[in-house]
Design a protein around this ligand. Structure first.
Ligand code: CMC
Length: 425
């Protein structure tokens, strides 16, 4: 096979090298394109552009494969914990027992949030969305905790601090939004159990931890832990490329994740299913989603990369079913979701467009069963995605080829024209 492609332009031939990934993907290296040809590429939404080489996550959208550091997500969901998966993503290998214990100690040591930060929470209007608050608070962490020097130990502490505190901050924002007393982290609880306890324990009704719920939260977070160069991760890398501190880069990722086309879809799905269960006319909603003149879309359907069933959605669907059974709960929205999926998967439009349920389609049902309020859904996605963002940020910082991210454009505005004084306009 050739190791380059030929580009012919204005009678000259240029050779563009090919780059192969470890799973056989091939890319054209255009890093010298402009220098050699004067041309740039145009790729709205970067649908055909690889921005980096990465050894963290492999996604094959045609075959529905997702692996973290080579390990299938199905195996991690079944056998790992979120804490262990976070370690795997950030450090490249599963931890030994000693490493895991050390990681747990660090997570516990850094779980408290500076008391002064509580005042910030109280200053946000009660109606503020928790994602806006989380993004602001993570950015504010930089003012409370020192700038990273490039020492490995310090990076580890900053990373663990962030993983631990984001969980505390998320639970804190929920408690304060309800006007309830903040519950502090406990060192005798595991990562997920600790979060649930901080969310739901109360002086009048102690929270009883249910191992099925703890397991479900672990799986939910594992399924969200990384997804290669998605919108929020790209935001973390782009913002990080200006060499800002880690907190600012993660804060940008949280802001990007909030959008309904990305992580905000989990909230939007539940709102859509609620609307459908009220009005009952699923066919009419599906017809709207197919109408080219209507911007309405089925939330939780479709994906930039997956052109088959999202492997995360398969696990999430199964988990929603099992969890509701174990908790002896019934959720009418699960029935609506199943019915909607059945209609869409038989519909020519969805078949031709390769639109299948994505991770967000069933995740809200799981979160509702756990007791998470709808406006906190995307915050849970953010807690899950945090190890991925950190791993990708770390990888970009260590990559000798990583540069300031600064795309070009094809200018389409007016040609040069003179300034007109205001009285002559
Ligand atoms: N409902 C109806 N039509 C859709 C949908 C949908 N959910 N998604 C895509 N399409 C159609 C779209 O109208 C277009 O049709 P046509 O080619 O005839 O104009 C075609 O499919 C391609 O859509 P696109 O917007 O060009 O594709 P994309 O790769 O840019 O979009 C997406 C990916 C996720 C933004 C989109 O599928 C979408 O808006 N889905 C709903 C929101 C959602 O569930 N987002 C969560 C994504 S998974 C979690 C995460 O990783 O963020």
């Amino acid at each position: 096979m050739d190791d380059y492609v030929r580009l012919t332009y204005q009678g000259r031939e240029f050779r563009l090298p090919l780059v192969a990934g470890s799973e056989g993907e091939t890319a054209i290296d255009i890093s010298r394109l402009r220098q050699e040809t004067g041309l740039i590429t145009l790729d709205p939404g970067f649908a055909n552009t690889g921005s980096c080489r990465s050894a963290i996550t492999f996604v094959d959208g045609e075959r529905g494969i997702l692996r973290y550091r080579g390990i299938p997500v199905e195996q991690l969901a079944e056998r790992s914990t979120f804490k262990e998966t976070a370690f795997l993503l950030i450090n490249g290998a599963l931890p030994t027992q000693k490493e895991l214990t050390r990681f747990s100690v660090l997570l516990n040591d850094h779980s408290l949030v500076h008391e002064d930060m509580k005042i910030f929470y109280q200053s946000f209007p009660r109606s503020s969305h928790p994602m806006g608050i989380l993004s602001a608070m993570v950015n504010a962490l930089r003012s409370f905790y020192p700038e990273l020097q490039n020492l490995e130990e310090e990076i580890n502490i900053t990373v663990t601090r962030l993983l631990s505190k984001v969980r505390t901050m998320a639970a804190m924002s929920y408690k304060i939004s309800r006007g309830h007393t903040v519950v502090y982290p406990r060192s005798d609880l595991t990562y997920c159990a600790n979060f649930l306890n901080m969310m739901f324990d109360s002086p009048v009704k102690p929270y009883e931890l249910d191992p099925d719920v703890v397991k479900a939260l672990n799986v939910f977070l594992i399924l969200h832990a990384d997804h290669e160069q998605n919108c929020s991760t790209a935001a973390v890398r782009v913002v990080g490329s200006a060499r800002v501190n880690l907190y600012a880069a993660i804060s940008a990722g949280i802001a990007a994740l909030w959008g309904p086309l990305h992580g905000g879809a989990n909230q939007a799905v539940i709102e859509m299913l609620t609307e459908m269960s009220r009005h009952g006319n699923l066919d009419a909603m599906v017809a709207r989603a197919k109408d080219k003149n209507d911007s309405y879309r089925l939330m939780g359907f479709g994906h930039r990369v997956y052109k088959t069933y999202d492997p995360r959605a398969r696990i999430m669907k199964q988990m929603a079913h099992v969890l509701l059974e174990k908790l002896k709960l019934s959720d009418p929205l699960l029935d609506v979701a199943r019915e909607l999926e059945a209609i869409a998967l038989k519909d020519d439009y969805f078949i031709e467009h390769h639109l299948y349920p994505n991770v967000d389609f069933y995740s809200g049902i799981v979160l509702r069963a756990i007791g998470i309020p709808t406006n906190m859904f995307t915050v849970l996605f953010a807690i899950g995605r945090l190890p991925g963002w950190i791993a990708q940020w770390k990888e970009s910082m260590d990559d000798p080829a990583w540069k300031l991210c600064r795309p070009r454009q094809v200018y389409s505005g007016p040609g040069e024209r003179d300034y007109v004084p205001i009285e002559e306009r």
